[in-house]
Design a binder for this molecule. Structure first.
Ligand SMILES: Cc1cc2nc3c(=O)[nH]c(=O)nc-3n(C[C@H](O)[C@H](O)[C@H](O)COP(=O)(O)O)c2cc1C
Length: 307
């Protein structure tokens, strides 16, 4: 365990939330490979306050995932602090507020990256959360709404004043969505002036790249999202053999089936294609795997690759 400011984590390379991917099975896999912290995908504060069943299901986690942060989104300080109090009862290690989601459905209601347009509300939200819960509160931001409004200094100041313990910075604007490049020069600038520890995020695809970005930016930790899908070894830097990848897929598949029932086989497909994408004949293997509907069939295909 290492300390980052007031936060205790298991290592400096963390798993970024990816909606639809970073569910409890994958978060457990990431932790087994050394991810220092894992985080749920964004979960509606409104839904939590209304105790919506589907929303409450998204809050589930396994002890093996710890240290774990639950991420919520919303735009009303009152609703968010109410949701934070409910979340704290589940005993996660941290609560995170999403200030980076670019999708219209979320921004349209003033949540996610739309919060970046209103630093006063950022302060009200985080100060309210920090007052309401005892566990650490963190925020995940982008560097601005668009390149004409790179207001990250105001955003970070509002978060500092609000009392957050950690700030994760995805080095893109909302306008960029996931295109272009994450701006690590800006992340470095933020890490220099912020009194709160900064976790840099964006475009890390290798273990060496993660260490290089930490060195460049001065961030005590970094978060990895897309680069970890199908490659949890990114956290340890280990280069797996084909057999190790196959064994890992089977473990992941079993966790998926245990968590989702047989639906887990279908939900596993998006991971499968990432795990095998560098195999020789990947296109053919992929076709066979995504056409499989049972654990046995998938394992048979995988075993035939190893032979
Ligand atoms: C499909 C998808 C879903 C995402 N879902 C979330 C989310 O629920 N919460 C969040 O804070 N970020 C989310 N992100 C953003 C990632 O956490 C991360 O900031 C971004 O992908 C850049 O990092 P990367 O290049 O390592 O993937 C999502 C990204 C993608 C591509």
């Amino acid at each position: 365990m290492i300390k980052i400011g007031k936060i205790t984590v298991a290592g400096p390379l963390m798993l970024a939330p990816i909606a639809g991917f970073t569910d409890p099975p994958f978060r457990r896999i990431a932790r087994r490979h050394g991810a220092g912290l894992v985080m749920t995908e964004l979960i509606s504060a409104e839904g939590i306050v209304r105790a919506n069943r589907k929303t409450m299901d998204m809050l589930a986690f396994h002890d093996e995932e710890r240290p774990l942060a639950i991420q919520i989104f919303g735009n009303s300080p009152a609703v968010i602090s109410e949701a934070a109090a409910a979340v704290e009862e589940l005993r996660p290690d941290m609560i995170n507020i999403n200030m980076g989601c670019p999708v219209r459905r979320v921004c349209g209601s003033g949540s996610g990256a739309a919060l970046l347009l209103d630093p006063k509300n950022i302060f009200d939200i985080t100060a309210g959360m920090v007052k309401r819960v005892r566990i650490p509160v963190s925020a995940k931001i982008r560097i601005g709404w668009d390149h004409r409004s790179l207001n990250y200094i105001d955003t970070v100041k509002a978060l500092q004043d609000g009392g957050v313990s950690l700030i994760i910075v995805h080095g893109r604007t909302r306008d960029q969505q996931y295109g272009g490049r994450a701006d690590w020069d800006v992340i470095r600038k933020i890490a220099e002036f912020s009194s709160v520890p900064i976790v840099g995020n964006g475009d890390i695809r290798t273990h060496a790249g993660a260490l290089e970005r930490m060195g460049f930016s001065g961030c005590p930790a970094v978060m990895i999202g897309r680069g970890a899908v199908g490659n949890p070894w990114i956290f340890s830097g280990r280069k797996p053999s084909v057999q190790e990848i196959i064994d890992e897929i089977k473990k992941h598949l079993d966790l998926m089936i245990a968590y989702y029932g047989l639906r887990g086989i279908v939900l596993m497909r998006k991971h499968l294609v990432r795990y095998i994408h560098e195999f020789r004949g990947a296109r053919e293997i992929r076709k066979r795997l995504v056409g499989s509907n049972s654990r046995e069939e998938i394992c048979e295909i995988l075993d035939s690759i190893a032979r």
